[in-house]
Ligand binder design. Structure first.
Ligand SMILES: NC(=O)c1ccc[n+]([C@@H]2O[C@H](COP(=O)([O-])OP(=O)(O)OC[C@H]3O[C@@H](n4cnc5c(N)ncnc54)[C@H](OP(=O)(O)O)[C@@H]3O)[C@@H](O)[C@H]2O)c1
Ligand SMILES: *[C@@H]1O[C@H](CO)[C@@H](O)[C@H](O)[C@H]1NC(C)=O
Ligand SMILES: *[C@@H]1O[C@H](CO)[C@@H](O)[C@H](O)[C@H]1NC(C)=O
Ligand SMILES: CC(=O)N[C@H]1CO[C@H](CO)[C@@H](O)[C@@H]1O
Length: 316
Protein backbone atom coordinates (compact mmCIF):
# COMPACT_ATOMS: atom_id res chain seq x y z
CA UNK A 1 0.00 0.00 0.00
CA UNK A 2 2.68 2.45 1.07
CA UNK A 3 4.80 1.24 -1.80
CA UNK A 4 1.99 1.91 -4.29
CA UNK A 5 1.52 5.43 -2.93
CA UNK A 6 5.23 6.08 -3.06
CA UNK A 7 5.27 4.88 -6.65
CA UNK A 8 2.35 7.13 -7.59
CA UNK A 9 4.10 10.04 -5.88
CA UNK A 10 7.28 9.34 -7.77
CA UNK A 11 5.45 9.13 -11.09
CA UNK A 12 3.73 12.45 -10.37
CA UNK A 13 7.00 14.10 -9.43
CA UNK A 14 8.64 12.81 -12.61
CA UNK A 15 5.73 14.03 -14.71
CA UNK A 16 5.90 17.49 -13.14
CA UNK A 17 9.64 17.59 -13.67
CA UNK A 18 9.24 16.62 -17.34
CA UNK A 19 6.75 19.47 -17.72
CA UNK A 20 9.16 21.88 -16.03
CA UNK A 21 12.09 20.65 -18.14
CA UNK A 22 10.39 20.89 -21.52
CA UNK A 23 8.77 24.24 -20.84
CA UNK A 24 11.32 26.17 -18.83
CA UNK A 25 14.75 24.55 -19.01
CA UNK A 26 15.36 22.72 -22.27
CA UNK A 27 15.38 25.75 -24.62
CA UNK A 28 14.87 25.85 -28.37
CA UNK A 29 15.98 23.16 -30.78
CA UNK A 30 17.66 24.53 -33.86
CA UNK A 31 18.18 21.46 -35.95
CA UNK A 32 18.71 22.85 -39.41
CA UNK A 33 19.39 20.59 -42.34
CA UNK A 34 22.35 22.65 -43.58
CA UNK A 35 25.00 20.34 -45.01
CA UNK A 36 28.65 21.12 -44.29
CA UNK A 37 30.17 18.81 -46.86
CA UNK A 38 33.46 20.25 -48.11
CA UNK A 39 33.74 22.66 -45.17
CA UNK A 40 36.26 22.66 -42.35
CA UNK A 41 35.26 23.42 -38.77
CA UNK A 42 37.69 24.16 -35.93
CA UNK A 43 36.33 23.95 -32.40
CA UNK A 44 38.26 24.59 -29.18
CA UNK A 45 37.65 22.58 -26.01
CA UNK A 46 35.80 19.88 -27.91
CA UNK A 47 36.79 16.85 -25.84
CA UNK A 48 33.77 17.16 -23.53
CA UNK A 49 30.65 19.18 -22.68
CA UNK A 50 28.99 21.55 -25.14
CA UNK A 51 32.00 21.49 -27.48
CA UNK A 52 31.98 17.74 -27.97
CA UNK A 53 28.25 17.67 -28.64
CA UNK A 54 28.55 20.59 -31.09
CA UNK A 55 31.42 18.83 -32.88
CA UNK A 56 29.35 15.64 -33.23
CA UNK A 57 26.46 17.52 -34.84
CA UNK A 58 28.73 19.31 -37.30
CA UNK A 59 30.52 16.04 -38.14
CA UNK A 60 27.14 14.46 -38.92
CA UNK A 61 26.60 17.26 -41.44
CA UNK A 62 29.71 16.10 -43.28
CA UNK A 63 32.23 18.74 -42.19
CA UNK A 64 35.89 18.04 -41.62
CA UNK A 65 36.12 18.77 -37.88
CA UNK A 66 39.30 19.65 -35.99
CA UNK A 67 39.06 19.28 -32.22
CA UNK A 68 41.56 21.66 -30.60
CA UNK A 69 42.12 20.35 -27.07
CA UNK A 70 44.86 20.60 -24.47
CA UNK A 71 45.06 16.94 -23.48
CA UNK A 72 46.04 14.42 -26.16
CA UNK A 73 44.41 11.43 -24.44
CA UNK A 74 41.04 13.18 -23.93
CA UNK A 75 41.19 14.79 -27.37
CA UNK A 76 42.00 11.57 -29.26
CA UNK A 77 39.33 9.70 -27.35
CA UNK A 78 36.68 12.34 -28.20
CA UNK A 79 37.72 12.28 -31.87
CA UNK A 80 37.36 8.48 -31.82
CA UNK A 81 33.86 8.71 -30.26
CA UNK A 82 32.73 11.34 -32.76
CA UNK A 83 34.08 9.43 -35.78
CA UNK A 84 32.25 6.32 -34.58
CA UNK A 85 28.95 8.05 -33.78
CA UNK A 86 28.85 10.25 -36.90
CA UNK A 87 30.32 7.78 -39.37
CA UNK A 88 32.54 10.67 -40.52
CA UNK A 89 36.24 9.79 -40.57
CA UNK A 90 37.44 13.38 -40.98
CA UNK A 91 37.38 14.22 -37.28
CA UNK A 92 40.84 14.97 -35.92
CA UNK A 93 42.47 16.01 -32.68
CA UNK A 94 45.07 18.81 -32.65
CA UNK A 95 46.92 20.01 -29.58
CA UNK A 96 46.05 23.48 -28.20
CA UNK A 97 46.51 24.80 -24.67
CA UNK A 98 44.82 28.18 -24.36
CA UNK A 99 46.62 28.90 -21.09
CA UNK A 100 49.78 29.46 -23.16
CA UNK A 101 50.30 31.94 -26.03
CA UNK A 102 53.21 29.82 -27.19
CA UNK A 103 50.86 26.87 -27.62
CA UNK A 104 48.33 29.05 -29.48
CA UNK A 105 51.01 30.19 -31.93
CA UNK A 106 52.36 26.67 -32.42
CA UNK A 107 48.83 25.42 -33.00
CA UNK A 108 48.09 28.11 -35.60
CA UNK A 109 51.32 27.33 -37.46
CA UNK A 110 50.54 23.60 -37.51
CA UNK A 111 46.91 24.22 -38.52
CA UNK A 112 47.79 26.56 -41.38
CA UNK A 113 50.39 24.10 -42.63
CA UNK A 114 48.06 21.10 -42.68
CA UNK A 115 44.60 22.59 -43.35
CA UNK A 116 43.85 24.42 -46.59
CA UNK A 117 40.40 25.57 -45.41
CA UNK A 118 38.72 27.14 -42.41
CA UNK A 119 35.01 27.84 -42.80
CA UNK A 120 33.74 27.83 -39.22
CA UNK A 121 35.74 28.64 -36.10
CA UNK A 122 34.01 27.96 -32.79
CA UNK A 123 35.72 29.55 -29.80
CA UNK A 124 34.11 27.25 -27.26
CA UNK A 125 36.71 26.29 -24.63
CA UNK A 126 36.28 27.93 -21.26
CA UNK A 127 37.33 27.70 -17.63
CA UNK A 128 35.33 28.79 -14.64
CA UNK A 129 37.93 28.40 -11.93
CA UNK A 130 41.66 28.73 -11.58
CA UNK A 131 44.17 31.42 -10.93
CA UNK A 132 47.12 32.00 -13.24
CA UNK A 133 48.00 31.17 -16.85
CA UNK A 134 51.42 30.14 -18.11
CA UNK A 135 51.92 33.74 -19.27
CA UNK A 136 51.09 35.14 -15.83
CA UNK A 137 47.62 36.44 -16.68
CA UNK A 138 44.29 35.82 -15.00
CA UNK A 139 43.49 32.26 -16.14
CA UNK A 140 39.85 32.83 -17.16
CA UNK A 141 40.75 36.06 -18.95
CA UNK A 142 43.50 34.36 -20.94
CA UNK A 143 41.79 31.04 -21.74
CA UNK A 144 38.33 32.47 -22.40
CA UNK A 145 39.30 35.74 -24.07
CA UNK A 146 42.97 36.57 -24.83
CA UNK A 147 44.04 33.26 -26.34
CA UNK A 148 40.91 33.03 -28.49
CA UNK A 149 41.60 36.63 -29.57
CA UNK A 150 45.10 35.61 -30.68
CA UNK A 151 43.95 32.34 -32.25
CA UNK A 152 41.25 34.07 -34.30
CA UNK A 153 43.70 36.76 -35.42
CA UNK A 154 46.22 34.16 -36.62
CA UNK A 155 43.57 32.22 -38.60
CA UNK A 156 41.59 35.13 -40.05
CA UNK A 157 43.44 35.31 -43.38
CA UNK A 158 42.60 31.66 -44.04
CA UNK A 159 38.95 32.36 -43.17
CA UNK A 160 38.92 35.31 -45.60
CA UNK A 161 40.08 33.01 -48.39
CA UNK A 162 37.16 30.66 -47.57
CA UNK A 163 34.49 33.35 -47.14
CA UNK A 164 31.61 33.27 -46.49
CA UNK A 165 32.91 32.00 -43.17
CA UNK A 166 31.94 32.38 -39.52
CA UNK A 167 33.34 32.82 -36.03
CA UNK A 168 31.13 31.63 -33.17
CA UNK A 169 32.13 32.84 -29.70
CA UNK A 170 30.65 30.86 -26.82
CA UNK A 171 30.03 33.56 -24.21
CA UNK A 172 27.53 33.34 -21.32
CA UNK A 173 24.68 35.22 -19.69
CA UNK A 174 27.23 35.46 -16.85
CA UNK A 175 28.54 38.50 -18.76
CA UNK A 176 25.67 40.45 -17.20
CA UNK A 177 27.54 40.41 -13.90
CA UNK A 178 30.88 41.14 -15.58
CA UNK A 179 32.89 44.34 -15.52
CA UNK A 180 35.81 45.56 -17.63
CA UNK A 181 38.28 47.17 -15.26
CA UNK A 182 41.35 47.75 -17.42
CA UNK A 183 43.57 48.12 -14.35
CA UNK A 184 42.80 44.66 -12.99
CA UNK A 185 41.03 42.39 -15.45
CA UNK A 186 44.24 40.61 -16.51
CA UNK A 187 45.59 40.01 -12.99
CA UNK A 188 45.44 36.54 -11.41
CA UNK A 189 43.09 36.25 -8.43
CA UNK A 190 42.71 33.91 -5.45
CA UNK A 191 39.52 32.51 -3.94
CA UNK A 192 36.19 31.24 -5.26
CA UNK A 193 34.28 34.53 -5.37
CA UNK A 194 37.09 36.37 -7.11
CA UNK A 195 37.34 33.46 -9.55
CA UNK A 196 33.64 33.68 -10.33
CA UNK A 197 33.96 37.42 -10.97
CA UNK A 198 36.90 36.76 -13.29
CA UNK A 199 34.77 34.28 -15.20
CA UNK A 200 31.95 36.82 -15.65
CA UNK A 201 34.45 39.51 -16.69
CA UNK A 202 35.97 37.18 -19.29
CA UNK A 203 32.50 36.42 -20.67
CA UNK A 204 31.78 40.15 -20.97
CA UNK A 205 35.08 40.38 -22.86
CA UNK A 206 33.75 37.66 -25.22
CA UNK A 207 30.66 39.79 -25.90
CA UNK A 208 32.56 43.02 -26.54
CA UNK A 209 35.18 41.23 -28.62
CA UNK A 210 32.46 39.80 -30.89
CA UNK A 211 31.01 43.29 -31.46
CA UNK A 212 34.33 44.84 -32.31
CA UNK A 213 35.32 41.89 -34.51
CA UNK A 214 32.10 42.33 -36.52
CA UNK A 215 32.93 46.01 -37.06
CA UNK A 216 36.42 45.17 -38.26
CA UNK A 217 35.17 42.38 -40.52
CA UNK A 218 32.61 44.49 -42.34
CA UNK A 219 32.83 43.85 -46.08
CA UNK A 220 34.83 40.61 -45.76
CA UNK A 221 31.96 38.06 -45.73
CA UNK A 222 33.28 36.71 -42.44
CA UNK A 223 30.60 37.08 -39.79
CA UNK A 224 30.67 36.43 -36.05
CA UNK A 225 28.19 35.71 -33.28
CA UNK A 226 28.22 35.56 -29.47
CA UNK A 227 26.28 32.69 -27.89
CA UNK A 228 24.75 31.90 -24.50
CA UNK A 229 24.23 28.11 -24.38
CA UNK A 230 21.93 28.17 -21.33
CA UNK A 231 22.71 26.51 -18.00
CA UNK A 232 24.19 23.19 -19.10
CA UNK A 233 25.11 19.92 -17.34
CA UNK A 234 28.72 19.82 -18.47
CA UNK A 235 32.11 19.35 -16.87
CA UNK A 236 32.54 23.07 -16.22
CA UNK A 237 31.38 22.65 -12.62
CA UNK A 238 33.95 19.92 -11.85
CA UNK A 239 36.19 22.38 -10.00
CA UNK A 240 33.63 23.85 -7.61
CA UNK A 241 34.70 23.37 -3.99
CA UNK A 242 33.92 19.93 -2.55
CA UNK A 243 31.84 21.38 0.31
CA UNK A 244 29.55 23.14 -2.17
CA UNK A 245 28.91 20.06 -4.31
CA UNK A 246 26.16 18.36 -2.21
CA UNK A 247 24.18 21.59 -2.30
CA UNK A 248 24.94 22.82 -5.78
CA UNK A 249 25.00 19.67 -7.91
CA UNK A 250 21.39 18.52 -7.21
CA UNK A 251 20.10 22.03 -7.98
CA UNK A 252 22.22 22.14 -11.10
CA UNK A 253 20.92 18.75 -12.18
CA UNK A 254 17.31 19.90 -11.76
CA UNK A 255 17.59 23.26 -13.50
CA UNK A 256 20.08 22.67 -16.29
CA UNK A 257 19.91 21.37 -19.88
CA UNK A 258 21.81 18.41 -21.25
CA UNK A 259 24.64 19.17 -23.67
CA UNK A 260 22.50 18.34 -26.71
CA UNK A 261 20.18 21.20 -25.85
CA UNK A 262 23.14 23.30 -24.69
CA UNK A 263 24.80 22.96 -28.10
CA UNK A 264 21.80 24.12 -30.14
CA UNK A 265 22.59 27.83 -30.27
CA UNK A 266 26.24 27.22 -31.22
CA UNK A 267 25.03 24.91 -34.01
CA UNK A 268 22.47 27.50 -35.07
CA UNK A 269 25.02 30.30 -35.33
CA UNK A 270 27.41 28.00 -37.20
CA UNK A 271 24.87 26.79 -39.77
CA UNK A 272 21.72 28.89 -40.07
CA UNK A 273 21.46 30.70 -43.39
CA UNK A 274 20.35 34.31 -43.41
CA UNK A 275 21.71 35.46 -40.04
CA UNK A 276 24.73 37.23 -41.60
CA UNK A 277 23.07 40.61 -41.12
CA UNK A 278 23.24 40.01 -37.36
CA UNK A 279 27.04 39.75 -37.30
CA UNK A 280 28.40 40.86 -33.92
CA UNK A 281 25.12 40.18 -32.13
CA UNK A 282 24.17 37.90 -29.24
CA UNK A 283 22.09 34.70 -29.49
CA UNK A 284 20.44 32.44 -26.91
CA UNK A 285 17.77 29.77 -27.40
CA UNK A 286 18.55 30.02 -31.14
CA UNK A 287 17.26 33.56 -31.28
CA UNK A 288 18.61 37.07 -31.31
CA UNK A 289 18.90 38.74 -27.89
CA UNK A 290 19.52 42.27 -26.77
CA UNK A 291 22.27 42.20 -24.17
CA UNK A 292 22.57 44.75 -21.37
CA UNK A 293 23.97 48.17 -22.41
CA UNK A 294 27.40 47.50 -20.87
CA UNK A 295 27.80 44.59 -23.32
CA UNK A 296 27.07 46.95 -26.22
CA UNK A 297 29.57 49.67 -25.34
CA UNK A 298 31.58 50.18 -28.52
CA UNK A 299 34.12 52.50 -26.89
CA UNK A 300 35.01 49.86 -24.27
CA UNK A 301 35.00 47.19 -26.98
CA UNK A 302 37.51 49.17 -29.03
CA UNK A 303 39.77 49.79 -26.05
CA UNK A 304 39.57 46.12 -25.03
CA UNK A 305 40.70 45.20 -28.53
CA UNK A 306 43.75 47.48 -28.33
CA UNK A 307 44.65 46.31 -24.84
CA UNK A 308 44.29 42.67 -25.94
CA UNK A 309 46.56 43.25 -28.95
CA UNK A 310 49.28 44.47 -26.60
CA UNK A 311 48.81 41.65 -24.08
CA UNK A 312 49.08 38.89 -26.69
CA UNK A 313 52.08 40.58 -28.30
CA UNK A 314 50.51 41.75 -31.57
CA UNK A 315 51.13 45.46 -31.02
CA UNK A 316 54.15 47.35 -29.76
N1 LIG B 1 27.85 24.82 -18.75
C1 LIG B 1 27.20 25.95 -18.64
O1 LIG B 1 26.22 26.05 -17.91
C2 LIG B 1 27.64 27.17 -19.44
C3 LIG B 1 26.87 28.34 -19.34
C4 LIG B 1 27.26 29.46 -20.08
C5 LIG B 1 28.38 29.41 -20.89
N2 LIG B 1 29.13 28.26 -20.95
C6 LIG B 1 30.32 28.26 -21.82
O2 LIG B 1 30.31 27.13 -22.68
C7 LIG B 1 31.64 26.83 -23.09
C8 LIG B 1 31.86 25.33 -22.98
O3 LIG B 1 31.80 24.95 -21.63
P1 LIG B 1 31.18 23.59 -21.09
O4 LIG B 1 30.03 23.94 -20.23
O5 LIG B 1 31.02 22.62 -22.18
O6 LIG B 1 32.38 23.16 -20.09
P2 LIG B 1 33.33 21.87 -20.01
O7 LIG B 1 32.52 20.63 -20.12
O8 LIG B 1 34.16 22.08 -18.80
O9 LIG B 1 34.24 22.02 -21.31
C9 LIG B 1 35.19 23.04 -21.41
C10 LIG B 1 36.21 22.67 -22.45
O10 LIG B 1 37.23 23.69 -22.47
C11 LIG B 1 38.48 23.06 -22.39
N3 LIG B 1 39.56 23.87 -21.82
C12 LIG B 1 39.66 24.35 -20.57
N4 LIG B 1 40.83 24.97 -20.40
C13 LIG B 1 41.50 24.85 -21.58
C14 LIG B 1 42.78 25.26 -22.03
N5 LIG B 1 43.64 25.89 -21.22
N6 LIG B 1 43.14 24.97 -23.30
C15 LIG B 1 42.31 24.29 -24.12
N7 LIG B 1 41.09 23.88 -23.74
C16 LIG B 1 40.69 24.16 -22.48
C17 LIG B 1 38.24 21.82 -21.53
O11 LIG B 1 39.30 20.89 -21.68
P3 LIG B 1 39.66 19.84 -20.49
O12 LIG B 1 38.64 18.75 -20.54
O13 LIG B 1 41.04 19.40 -20.87
O14 LIG B 1 39.63 20.61 -19.21
C18 LIG B 1 36.93 21.35 -22.12
O15 LIG B 1 37.15 20.65 -23.32
C19 LIG B 1 32.55 27.65 -22.18
O16 LIG B 1 33.05 28.75 -22.92
C20 LIG B 1 31.63 28.12 -21.08
O17 LIG B 1 32.04 29.35 -20.54
C21 LIG B 1 28.77 27.14 -20.25
C1 LIG C 1 15.61 30.23 -23.02
O1 LIG C 1 14.49 29.38 -22.92
C2 LIG C 1 14.19 28.91 -21.59
C3 LIG C 1 12.96 28.04 -21.68
O2 LIG C 1 13.24 26.83 -22.31
C4 LIG C 1 13.94 30.10 -20.67
O3 LIG C 1 13.74 29.64 -19.34
C5 LIG C 1 15.12 31.05 -20.71
O4 LIG C 1 14.83 32.21 -19.96
C6 LIG C 1 15.44 31.48 -22.15
N1 LIG C 1 16.65 32.26 -22.13
C7 LIG C 1 16.80 33.37 -22.82
C8 LIG C 1 18.08 34.11 -22.65
O5 LIG C 1 15.95 33.77 -23.58
C1 LIG D 1 30.86 38.76 -50.43
O1 LIG D 1 29.82 37.94 -50.93
C2 LIG D 1 29.06 38.55 -51.95
C3 LIG D 1 27.89 37.63 -52.28
O2 LIG D 1 28.32 36.33 -52.49
C4 LIG D 1 29.95 38.84 -53.15
O3 LIG D 1 29.21 39.46 -54.16
C5 LIG D 1 31.11 39.74 -52.68
O4 LIG D 1 32.01 39.95 -53.76
C6 LIG D 1 31.84 39.13 -51.53
N1 LIG D 1 32.82 40.09 -51.00
C7 LIG D 1 34.06 39.74 -50.68
C8 LIG D 1 34.95 40.83 -50.16
O5 LIG D 1 34.48 38.60 -50.81
C1 LIG E 1 14.43 23.49 -39.07
C2 LIG E 1 14.97 24.75 -39.68
O1 LIG E 1 15.32 25.70 -39.00
N1 LIG E 1 15.04 24.77 -41.01
C3 LIG E 1 15.54 25.92 -41.75
C4 LIG E 1 16.95 25.65 -42.21
O2 LIG E 1 17.40 26.67 -43.05
C5 LIG E 1 16.64 26.83 -44.24
C6 LIG E 1 17.34 27.84 -45.09
O3 LIG E 1 17.66 28.99 -44.37
C7 LIG E 1 15.23 27.25 -43.84
O4 LIG E 1 14.43 27.40 -45.00
C8 LIG E 1 14.64 26.19 -42.93
O5 LIG E 1 13.38 26.62 -42.45
Amino acid sequence: MVAAEALAGLALAMGLYALLYYNFIKGASCKNETSLRGKTVLITGANTGIGKTTALDLARRGARVILACRDRGRGESAAYDIRRESGNNEVLFMSLDLASFKSVRAFATAFLRSEPRLDILINNAGVGFGSRSEDGFNLAFQVNHLSHFLLTHLLLERMKQCAPSRVVVVASSGHERGKIDFQNIHKPVDGQMAGLHSYCNSKLANMLYTRELANRLEGTNITCYAVHPGLVKSDIFRHIPVWLKPLFLPILWLFSRDTINGAQTSIYCATQEGIEKYSGRYFANCSLQDPKPHAQDDAVAKKLWEVSERMVGLAN
